[in-house]
Unconditional design. Structure first.
Length: 364
């Protein structure tokens, strides 16, 4: 069946559909990872986005139940040069086309993904409409332009109830803005008890758990779309150690008086070099974000830069000058991507140990 991707500037890409049939609207972005499409598609941070994979062959090792980063996908479409209908891997359980169909996600293959990626790099990410219908292009462009922008992505992807991953070590409250499963795995591997809470949980409710630390997860959308969370973080900073990843990093910056801005085409992939300023070493990181903390906004705040992106100089890490708070823009939990930055979870645990050597809990 024919499928079409129509961009808001009027560009039309025509290819072959796989996965579900229908129509969807989303922000068209590109990811440069060569592997890990299953983890990418199940990353809640892609809520409302149509994902373009720059690697030309997708689906060749299929899907399995173990590698999901969320129980469902919040993506609004998948764009590939070529998808492999017959997966070949001993862990494979279903094909990418069948899995997309189960999830209600439209896939399009057979288009020039290099041309699409170049357009997004030159003009910036833009919204698109992905459809398997035969309606006239003019009608589809008009519908695309009249579709409202999403501003509730965090509410869509966050857990709706509190749940616990029990353990005997430090107790960490994970504020779930669209958390990937591997964040919990990394904490549990370090003997932490993880209490996952909805994004709009109040500071009083969080402190009632008497946590040893607070983890701010990754998540989709503009960090300024959740002002209530920024206010909550302001109330929590300094009470217990805090570690933020991706959206959590941006929210910490906003809570401390800094600012964020949208990037032209974002950072999405598993091959982004980041320099750690204290040691001078470079790590290769997994990234997925469209916003970044601005350098000039740090003036007058108590934050200092700890990491920078070597590709474009954007801020990739922050820490508070006096309080036990730090964050990174990239994904130390990987999944997919390199494992270079897993040590940050060790630093978080060490920070919790140092903050309260006597084991006393913080009361609300």
């Amino acid at each position: 069946m024919k499928a079409r991707l129509i961009l808001e500037d009027g560009t039309v890409f025509t290819g072959t559909s796989f996965g579900a049939e229908g129509e969807s609207v989303g922000e068209v972005v590109f990811n440069t990872s060569m592997t890990g499409y299953q983890e990418i598609l199940t990353d809640p941070s892609y809520c409302g986005q149509i994902i373009t994979m720059t690697y030309p062959l997708i689906g060749n090792y299929g899907f399995n139940r173990d590698d999901n980063e969320c129980l469902r996908s919040f993506a609004h479409g998948l764009v590939v040069r070529e998808y492999q209908e017959f997966a070949s891997n001993w862990r494979n359980e279903t094909t990418i086309s069948d899995w997309l169909k189960e999830q209600g996600i439209i896939g399009i293959s057979g288009i020039d993904t290099r041309a699409l990626t170049r357009k997004l790099r030159i003009y910036g990410v833009m919204r698109g409409l992905l459809t398997t219908s035969d309606e006239p292009v003019e009608v589809l462009i008009d519908r695309l332009k009249n579709t409202p922008h999403m501003h509730d992505q965090v509410a869509r992807v966050s857990t709706k109830s509190i749940y616990i991953s029990p353990n005997y070590g430090k107790r960490v409250v994970l504020m779930d803005f669209g958390a990937k499963h591997n964040i919990q795995r990394e904490l549990v591997e370090r003997n932490c008890e993880v209490i996952s809470v909805p994004y709009n949980t109040t500071a009083e409710e969080i402190l009632r758990f008497r946590p040893d630390g607070i983890m701010l997860s990754n998540g989709p959308g503009d960090p300024k779309d959740v002002p209530e969370v920024i206010e909550t973080i302001e109330q929590l900073i300094g009470k217990v150690p805090m570690f933020g990843i991706c959206l959590g990093h941006q929210l910490i910056a906003l809570a401390c008086g800094a600012d964020t801005a949208k990037l032209k085409f974002g950072h999405r992939g598993g091959n982004h070099p980041v320099k750690e300023l204290e040691t001078g070493r470079t790590v290769i990181t997994s990234q997925n974000h469209g916003y970044a903390v601005t350098h000039e906004s740090l003036a007058g705040t108590d934050l200092e830069v700890t990491h920078i992106a070597l590709n474009d100089g954007t801020i990739e890490g922050l820490k508070h000058k006096t309080l036990p708070v730090f964050s990174v823009q990239y994904h130390p939990e990987s999944a997919p991507g390199p494992l270079d930055s897993g040590y940050l979870f060790d630093q978080f645990k060490e920070m919790m140990d140092a903050f309260n050597k006597k084991g006393e809990k913080i009361h609300a």
